[in-house]
Every structure is written in C-alpha cells, then in structure tokens.
Design a protein around this ligand. Structure first.
Ligand SMILES: [Zn+2]
Length: 319
C-alpha cells in the first residue's frame, strides 16, 4: 500500500520491489543531500548517510529536513532520526565523519553513491572509488540559482575526471555567491529520479544536465570519454590511495576550515573551555561561535584564512 502510487506507474510498477532491495550512500547532508535522502527514504530505498557537520541557523533556509531545535546537533544523527520516522521499514546507517581515503570502504555495500558534497577533492575521491569498485555515482552541484548534474556509471559513461580537471575546482563557492533555496530541491529531484532509473536497470541520462531555475534555462551537454583520462584509462587512483590527502580543508559556508588532529576527550576539553568561552557540549561535539570539535579529532573552525584557523585551533584546542 505504501508504494501504491509508484506501482501504478508504467515505468516503475513491479520494479518498485527492486528499490526496496537496494542501498544508496549519500555523501553530505546539506541542502541537496537531505532532500535526496528524504525522497529516497520515502521510495523505500535503504540508506548509508555520511556527513561531518552540525546544523547551524543559516542552514534552515534550504536544508529541508532540519528545524530550529536541531541547531548544534550533527546532521547525520538528526537525519537518521527523522528519516526513520518517515519510513521505519528501511535500513539506515549513519556515519558522523569526514569521508576520506582511509574510511571510504564503508561505501562498498552501496549499489549507488550520491554526491551531495560541496568540494572537488571529495568528488575526485568518490570517482576513484566508483571506477575502481564499479559502483555508479551521481554528481550534483549548486551555485546561486544554477545546478548541474551528471551520472557516472562505470563502463557505460565517461568518468568525472574525463570531464573535470583538478585546477578547475570552483573558486567561486557558496561563501561569496549564495544559494537560492528552490534550486537545491530541483537538483535533488533530478538526482533522485536518475537514481531510481539506475537502480531499476533502466535507461538513464548520459549527458551533463545544467539548469538555471531563475531564468528557467536548461542545457544538456554531450560528454565523451577522454582517452587520456588518468582514472578510467590509466588506472591511476591517487585520491583513493591517499596521495592527494592534505588533512586541512576549506569548507563551503561562512569561511570555515576543517583541521584533523588527535582524538579529543570532549568532557575535559569542555571543562577547560567553559572558563573562558560560551562553548556548549552535547553527546557528539563541543560547539561555539568559533569552532565545533568532535571526539575523533576533527575541528571545524570559522576563520577567513588558513593561518587564522590554525591560530584558533592552537588557542582553544591544543592549548
Ligand atoms: Zn575517465
């Protein structure tokens, strides 16, 4: 009964059963990720959720499954709680971590990966993993009122590195440009529709899809395999091997950086910080207006330069 409206569709029908046997990994639970997770959970698909961040006030403008009571809590934990109430029949695994080469094997049981991240480094890592393990993924990116998406299916389409060069990583990001809250819903709908096609073994879009929701302009670009591609032709998996890993990352959103250090004892750290700051603690992290610290050693810092981030890190965390 739950999936009746899907089963009535000629192009889904009995294939709805396939969806209930599949698992999709969603990397990043911001605007695109939380909306795609919502749609796929309602479609009966099992989920692996991965995100490294906590919910902040300025996320609520576009991150549709969070509310004011969730501020300060990890996105991945709150998302799992809410999605379990939406569909208690699906399996949901939630990982509060920064996806990198050392932990990406948690994606091995996924039938499909959705890129809902905001950085090119993670996308090249997902691409290496996808080509190496022959697991398809769907790229999605949002900027201003524009969105772009592409399906990467090993052996059937060009890979991400066939099309995007490393130096082309977006210099203009959501810090400076902003994001219209309707475009993320649109790209999630497209990403989730392509996911349903791929998971039910049906024909899917093989072009790059570009849409501007303000001007209602749509473009589809034909893409070709690059016969020089480092990943899919030369089998160079340098992101997967950790050769490109830096440990310090510029994050999208209010000039944030991530620094990974030694594991932290949150209770002790909070005790020390509470004398001089208004830092708050919950089960998962310590958060204040300057930083969020997790027990695995990751610290997200608000700063306008790497040096400023490092100095906040040493003042509050290692001091
Ligand atoms: Zn390639």
């Amino acid at each position: 009964m739950r999936y009746q409206k899907h089963e009535l569709l000629s192009f889904i029908g009995k294939k709805q059963k396939f969806l209930e046997e599949k698992t999709v990994a969603i990397i990043g639970l911001g605007a695109t990720g939380s909306t795609s997770a919502n749609l796929l959970a309602r479609a009966g698909i099992n989920l692996i959720l991965i995100d490294r961040d906590v919910i902040e006030l300025d996320n609520l403008q576009r991150q549709t499954i969070f509310d004011e009571l969730d501020i300060g809590h990890p996105k991945v934990i709150i998302a799992k709680e809410k999605l379990s109430k939406i569909n208690s029949k699906i399996k949901i695994e939630a990982y509060l971590l920064d996806l990198n080469y050392s932990n990406i094997d948690i994606l091995l049981k996924a039938n499909l990966i959705l890129d809902c991240t905001d950085n090119m480094e993670t996308r090249f890592l997902i691409n290496d993993f996808s080509i190496f393990n022959e697991i398809p993924w769907i790229y999605a990116a949002v900027l201003g009122s524009n969105a772009m998406s592409m399906n990467i299916v090993p052996n059937k389409t060009p890979c991400f590195r066939c099309i995007f060069k490393e130096q082309e990583s977006l210099t203009e990001n959501c810090d400076s440009v902003g994001v219209l809250n309707t475009i993320t819903n649109l790209i999630s709908s497209i990403q989730s529709t392509e996911a349903i096609k791929i998971l039910t073994n049906q024909d899917f879009n093989k072009e790059i899809f570009i849409f501007n929701i303000w001007n209602l302009q749509m473009q589809k670009l034909v893409v070709k395999k690059n016969l020089d591609c480092k990943t899919c032709f030369k089998n160079n998996f340098e992101y997967l091997e950790g050769k490109k890993y830096t440990g310090i990352l510029k994050l999208c959103g209010q000039n944030s950086f991530q620094i990974i250090g030694k594991p932290l004892n949150l209770k002790n750290l909070h005790k020390r910080l509470s004398k001089s700051t208004d830092a708050k603690i919950n089960k998962y992290c310590i958060y204040s207006d300057k930083f969020t610290a997790f027990s695995d050693g990751r610290v997200l810092i608000k700063a306008n330069s790497v040096n400023k981030a490092k100095s906040i890190y040493s003042k509050f965390i290692t001091n």
